[in-house]
Design a protein around this ligand. Structure first.
Ligand code: 6PG
Length: 471
C-alpha cells in the first residue's frame, strides 16, 4: 500500500528536484515526486527503480502518497512558478501542513508567501540550496529559514541529505521569515564576485600574458592546491582542459563571451543598497555580466577606442605569483562585503543570523566553498559581533600580506588596458575602508551649498548651514 506513508513530497522534477529526491531516498527516506511535465515523472520512475521513491502524474495522487501532516518541498524556478505551485497545492492541503520553497526565491516574495500561508494555517520554509546538480545528488549546502518548529519537523531529513565537512552537516536553522533565502541570495552575490575575479585573472593571463589553455589549467590547478583552494578555482582549472566534441578544440574557446544571470546577484546589490552597505565588488560583478551582453556595442566601441595590448615584458613567474596573491586578497574582500550585508540584514530584518553558522554551512556542498571559509568561521567564533571580516586578525593578516600585490596587479592591468573592475573595486573598498578620513566633508559642503542640506562640524556638535554665496 503506497498511500499516505511518504515522509516528503517534491514538486518540480527538473535537475535539482530529481537529484534531491534521489539523495533523500539514498538516506532511507520514503519520498514522492510530482511534476506537471509527465516526461519528467517518467524519467524519475525509471531512474528511481529499486529506491523508495514514488512518482505521481497528478497532484491528487501525489498528495495521497504523503503522510499527514504533510511536508511538500518545491524546486521550481523563482517567481510566478512558485506562486502557481502554491495555488495548485492549497486546495489539497490542510492546516498544519508544511510547504518548503527550496528554490532561489527573492526574499521579499518569501516574506509575503509566509504571511499569506500562515493566515491559512500552513507552515512555510524558505530554504536556500546550493551546489548545483552534483550537490543536490550527493550533498548540498542547505540554508533554511522560517518558523523554527517547521524546521525541526524536517531537520533530520535536511541533516541527512546535506554535505558533510568533518562530520558536520552543512545545514543550520538560520532564522525566521526569509532568513534562508536572504542568505542564499548573498551566497550567490559572493559567487558572482568570485567568478568575475577569476574571469579577470583569466583575461590578464590570456590577453595580457598570452598563456595557452594548458598553461591556464596548470595555473588554476596550482592555485587550487594552495591557499586559494576552493570549488570555483578547481572547476576553472578543469574547464581549460575540456575538449569540444564538435571541433576537437578546447571548449572554452568556442563559448560566446556573453554572461547570463537569473537575478540573485542583482538582488544582493539591490538589498545592499537598501541596507546602505557598500559591496562594490559584487555590484561590479553584476555590472560586468550586463556589460558582456552588449557584445555589438563593445565591438563598435573597440574600433573607436582602439588600443593594442602591449606585449608583456615583465617576469611572468613573478606576475603570476602576484596575481595569485591579488586574487586571494580580493576574494577575502568579496566575502567580507557579502558577510557585511548579512550582518546588516540580520539587524534590520530581525533574522538573528549566526554568521559563524553561515560560514560553517558554506564550507561544503555549495558553490563558494573554499578553504578560506574555515578562517571566516573561526573569525566569527572568536568575535560573534564582528562588523566586518577585514577587522578580524584571521583575515586582516592575510589581506595585509597580499595587498601590495593586489595594488601591483591593478596597476599592471591599468597600464595594459585590460578591464579588471572587480579587482579595482576590491582595492578601492580596501583603501576606502582603511581611510580614517574620507573626503565626504566636501560632499557635505556641496550638499549644503546647493540644497541647504546642512552639515556637522568637527569641533562642536549640532547641524549647521552656511550661505556659501555670501562674502
Ligand atoms: C548554487 C548556484 C545556483 C545557480 C545560480 C546561478 O548555489 O548552486 O548559485 O543557485 O547555479 O542560480 O545563478 P545565475 O544564473 O544568476 O548565474
Amino acid at each position: 500500500m503506497e498511500t499516505q506513508r511518504h515522509e516528503i513530497g517534491m514538486i518540480g522534477l527538473g535537475v535539482m528536484g530529481r537529484n534531491m529526491l534521489l539523495n533523500m531516498a539514498d538516506h532511507g527516506f520514503p519520498v514522492a515526486g510530482y511534476d506537471k511535465d509527465s516526461s519528467k515523472v517518467e524519467a524519475l520512475r525509471k531512474e528511481s527503480a529499486g529506491n523508495d521513491i514514488h512518482a505521481a502524474a497528478n497532484i491528487e495522487d501525489f498528495i495521497g502518497l504523503l503522510r499527514a501532516p504533510r511536508a511538500v518541498m518545491m524546486l521550481v524556478p523563482a517567481g510566478p512558478p512558485v506562486d502557481s505551485v502554491i495555488g495548485d497545492l492549497l486546495p489539497h492541503l490542510e492546516k498544519g501542513d508544511l510547504i518548503i520553497d527550496a528554490g532561489n526565491s527573492y526574499f521579499k516574495d518569501t516574506n509575503l508567501r509566509a504571511r499569506n500561508l500562515a493566515g491559512k494555517g500552513i507552515q512555510f520554509l524558505g530554504v536556500g540550496v546550493s551546489g548545483g546538480e552534483e550537490g543536490a545528488r550527493h550533498g548540498p549546502s542547505i540554508m533554511p529559514g522560517g518558523p523554527k518548529e517547521a524546521y525541526e519537523r524536517v531537520r533530520p531529513l535536511l541533516e541527512a541529505v546535506a554535505a558533510k565537512v568533518n562530520g558536520e552537516a552543512c545545514v543550520a536553522y538560520l532564522g525566521p521569515g526569509s532568513a534562508g533565502h536572504f542568505v542564499k541570495t548573498v551566497h550567490n552575490g559572493i559567487e558572482y564576485a568570485l567568478m568575475q575575479l577569476l574571469a579577470e585573472t583569466y583575461d590578464l593571463m590570456k590577453r595580457g600574458l598570452g598563456l595557452s589553455d594548458d598553461e591556464l589549467r596548470d595555473v588554476y590547478d596550482a592555485w587550487n592546491r594552495g591557499e586559494l583552494n576552493g570549488y570555483l578555482v578547481e572547476i576553472t582549472s578543469r574547464i581549460f582542459n575540456k575538449i569540444d566534441e564538435k571541433t576537437g578544440k578546447r571548449l572554452i574557446d568556442e563559448i560566446l563571451d556573453v554572461g547570463k544571470q537569473n537575478g540573485t546577484g542583482m538582488w544582493t546589490s539591490q538589498s545592499a543598497m537598501e541596507l546602505q552597505v557598500p559591496i562594490p565588488t559584487i555590484d561590479l560583478a553584476v555590472a560586468m555580466r550586463d556589460m558582456s551582453v552588449l557584445e555589438k556595442q563593445r565591438e563598435t566601441a573597440g574600433a573607436i577606442f582602439k588600443r593594442p595590448i602591449p606585449p608583456f615584458t615583465g617576469d611572468r613567474k613573478v606576475f603570476l605569483d602576484q596575481l595569485g596573491h591579488a586574487l586571494y586578497a580580493a576574494m577575502i574582500v568579496a566575502y567580507a562585503q557579502g558577510m557585511a550585508v548579512l550582518a546588516a540584514a540580520s539587524d534590520k530584518y530581525a533574522y538573528t543570523l549566526d554568521l559563524e553558522a553561515v560560514a560553517r554551512i558554506w564550507r561544503g556542498g555549495c558553490i563558494i566553498r573554499a578553504e578560506l571559509l574555515e578562517d571566516i568561521r573561526t573569525a566569527y567564533r572568536n568575535q560573534p559581533g564582528l562588523p566586518n571580516l577585514l577587522l578580524a586578525p584571521e583575515l586582516s593578516n592575510k589581506v595585509r600580506a597580499n595587498q601590495e600585490d593586489l595594488r601591483r596587479v591593478v596597476c599592471a592591468a591599468i597600464e595594459i588596458g585590460l578591464p579588471v573592475p572587480c579587482f579595482m573595486t576590491a582595492l578601492g573598498y580596501l583603501d576606502g575602508y582603511r581611510s580614517a578620513w574620507l573626503p565626504a566633508n566636501l560632499i557635505q559642503a556641496q550638499r549644503d551649498y546647493f540644497g541647504a542640506h546642512s552639515y556637522e562640524r568637527v569641533d562642536v556638535k549640532g547641524t549647521f548651514h552656511t550661505d556659501w554665496t555670501k562674502g
